[in-house]
Design a protein around this ligand. Sequence first.
Ligand code: BT5
Length: 286
Amino acid sequence: MGPIFKIGPIIMKQDLTETAVRDALKSKWIGGHYQYLESTASTNDLLKEQVAAGSSSDPPAGTVILSDYQAQGRGRLDRRWEAPAGTSLLLSILFRPDWPPIQLHWLTMLAGLAVAKAIEVQTGLSISLKWPNDVVINREGVWQKVCGILLEGHVSAEQRLEYAVLGVGINVNIPAEMLPDTIRPATSLLIATGHAISRLTLLAEILQRLEQNYEMADRGKSPQPMWEQRLMTIGKRVEVNFTGKIDPILGTVEGTGEWGQLLVRDDHGHLHAIAAGDVRLSEVFL
Ligand code: BT5
């Protein structure tokens, strides 16, 4: 039985246990192995530990771990992902793609597209993506983050992707007063729609779409054109800051490369292809 929590006067019982989810899932292999935890440190860490433990109990591709609370939810670059218990979708999915490492970022694109479409279908909201890994909603001219994606891949000695753990955190039913303190604006589907959203329905929808997207990508179809179409970052004036002693680039975003690099034209007319790992992006003008 999942936790019971209050949203205003409504008491919602949210059940994302194995039994509830097994009956609701529409995907064939994603979620075929599904583990629910009321609380854990980080679903990404737990899934990676299970993969590293290896042996005959190796988790298969499509394994999903979902938790109602994370004590140490992680973002990129040692940042934190905060979510009050029972309000969000916090999950990690295992992939074993036989892809070259450079293709890894496709998984972030596939997940962003699946999450955006699933939210749109269920809520009627209009959803955009923000380079490299955010899902955002424009509310009264302000871009607010509703979901973050954390992709962690492992490359073999033969330079193939051994496995990838895709972490997804979605602010579903977080009331305004419980939103975490964040540097950039955040929101939840509850706040944006004015009503509570079924996490179970949304989960099933996302996993089904993600599976379809993955199968297409595995057959060689690049998600990059569709992903780029949803990126609100295109055309924006940005400052790109690098780690280390590299000068920042000030310029305008012209598009993305095949592997998700951001193409920024600087003020001297040079085009830079910036990999997701390298940068901190600050929007300077619209
Ligand atoms: C992300 O990182 O956006 C990736 C978040 C991935 C979370 C999932 S939950 C399941 C799985 N297990 C994990 O441990 N993680 C994954 P990044 O782009 O670095 O953004 C992190 C920043 O987002 C933080 O520094 C905060 O400012 C902000 N933030 C934290 N919690 C937030 C929330 N609930 N909503 C919006 N923004 C948030």
